[in-house]
Ligand binder design. Structure first.
Ligand code: C2O
Ligand code: CU
Ligand code: CU
Length: 494
């Protein structure tokens, strides 16, 4: 369900603020937006963000890192509508820790993550650790929780000793509120360190966390939900909250880039001019061997880790190529520019193999299921209720109903059908899966996934095992308007 953006407490216009800004800009030149933002919290600018010129092409900045020590990461996240500097403009947005995106959390297998969530929003929220294999119950990855405005909640995530190393993320998951909160910027990287990081050809590489988002604002600089039409400023696509940042690399150097699509609804078709992306991990899981890719489609929620080797000096655009979403086409955009410059370094060999992959097709299947994602056309004679249009197996989401019951330790094969003319990224919590067929065609096993895009009127078949944890969790479409609109089910492992 899309609601109008909740406004921050009414801000009185500051007389003359726009002209004050304009005169500042005249004095400071192009860097004015940044300089003003640097003074903190937009104290100087209360209104008129739509008139500010966005700043682009600055060196890439990565979110602040909070890493575990001696088996524990104890931290807190405050969710609040905040004045933040975004691509040189001051805007108002729902974010964690006043930061778009939120801080990067780094943990290791066997660690405990203690996270205090403080809800300073005017709406309820909760928190999901997308990609973690942890308990879905109690104060762990329990997305059926409601944390009300003003409330504080203590999560504890016990990360298993054998947890895969890779790139995951956290975001709110309260049904009906997710689109608006994630669109506002409430999302952050959650990295599990481990065996992958120590492999020859990977150990010691410079890493980049690249959180891909998209946002828009009204004249006052308030975030406007994706469906609303009153947007005055559209940033298009942002990388770590920046517009077309510069990613520096030395000629000959290999870097490890971690991509996260944290947008509720935008697909990114990643392509780096003149370079191959050597994919080493997907959705927090390591591939059996690197896969050389010219482009990588990342639907909302998906992650990809790649090695990028610069062969010579130059500037190379990192693009999102045009994408046909079924009912609308997303145009090509430049996301960032890789600048290869400086003293060359001796190229290091890329890894040839990574970590062993266990093919789930070797296991007997205990249970098969067929699931269908549906979009019902809007009825133009009835009041338009977007909630009523996104379904799974003819049902809207109901958090009090359990739609699928699985047995702990079992292996299942699910076929998920897309009964509509647009893409739906299927995502399930807690246990990852192996895609075995897309539209009936066998898919070569490479690694596990937790989110995969199902083409219009297509289908995807996967194998999965429900290991280690009983309890209730969900699967859903990761286009968050669809999820908020009802395209989600509760499952329970017993
Ligand atoms: Cu990233 Cu259930 O979601
Ligand atoms: Cu998830
Ligand atoms: Cu969908």
């Amino acid at each position: 369900m899309i609601r109008p953006a909740r406004r921050a407490p009414v801000r009185r216009p500051v007389p003359g603020s726009l002209s004050a800004l304009l005169s500042r800009r005249r004095v400071l030149g192009l860097g004015a937006g940044l300089a003003v933002a640097g003074l903190g919290a937009g104290a100087l600018i209360r209104r008129g963000a739509g008139a500010q010129t966005p700043v682009e092409g600055l060196p890439l900045v990565e979110p602040a890192v909070r890493a575990s020590r001696d088996g524990l990461l104890e931290t807190s996240l405050t969710a609040r509508e905040s004045r933040i500097a975004l691509a040189g403009r001051t805007v108002s947005s729902m974010v964690y820790e006043g930061s778009f995106p939120g801080p990067t959390l780094r943990v290791r297998p066997g660690d405990t993550l203690k996270l205090r969530l403080s809800n300073q929003l005017s709406a309820p929220t909760n928190l999901h650790t997308h990609g973690l294999h942890v308990s879905p119950s109690g104060n762990s990855d329990n997305v059926l929780l409601h944390i009300h405005p003003g409330q504080t909640f203590d999560f504890q995530f016990d990360i298993p000793q054998n947890h895969a190393a890779g790139f995951n993320w956290y975001h709110p998951h309260l049904h009906g509120e997710v689109t608006e909160q994630v669109f506002g910027g409430m999302a952050g990287a959650l990295i599990v360190e481990g065996d992958l990081d120590a492999l020859p050809g990977i150990a010691g590489l410079r890493e980049r966390v690249l959180v891909l988002q998209a946002t828009q604002h009204d004249r006052e600089g308030d975030t406007v939900p994706p469906s609303a039409s009153r947007a005055q400023s559209q940033f298009g696509r942002l990388v770590n909250g920046q517009l077309r940042p510069l990613i520096d690399i030395r000629p000959g150097e290999t870097q490890r880039w971690r991509f996260l699509n944290a947008s509720p609804n935008v697909f990114f078709r990643l392509h780096l001019d003149g370079h191959v992306l050597h994919e080493i991990g997907t959705d927090g899981n390591t591939l059996a061997e690197p896969r050389a890719r010219d482009e990588i489609l990342l639907s909302p929620g998906e992650r990809s880790e790649v090695l990028v080797r610069s062969d010579g000096a130059g500037r190379f655009a990192l693009r999102s190529l045009d994408f046909d979403g079924g009912f609308s086409v997303q145009p090509e955009v430049v996301l960032a520019t890789m600048v290869s410059d400086g003293a060359p370094v001796a190229p290091r060999p890329l890894p040839e193999t990574l970590l062993p992959f266990f093919d789930l097709r070797a296991l007997p299947v205990d249970q098969k299921r067929l699931i269908t994602f549906q979009v019902l056309p809007l009825n133009r004679f009835a009041p338009v209720i977007p909630m009523a249009t996104f379904m799974v197996d003819n049902k809207l989401f109901d958090m009090d109903r359990v739609d699928q019951v699985m047995r702990l330790g079992s292996t299942e094969e699910w076929t998920v059908r897309n009964g509509s003319n647009n893409w739906h990224p299927f995502h399930i919590h807690i246990n990852d899966f192996q895609v075995t067929r897309i539209n009936g065609e066998p898919v070569e096993a490479r690694g596990l996934k937790d989110t995969v895009a199902i083409p219009p009127f297509g289908e995807m078949t996967m194998r999965t095992r429900f290991l280690d944890f009983t309890g209730k969790f969900v699967f859903h479409c990761h286009i968050l308007q669809h999820e908020d609109g009802g395209m989600m089910q509760v499952v329970e492992v017993r």
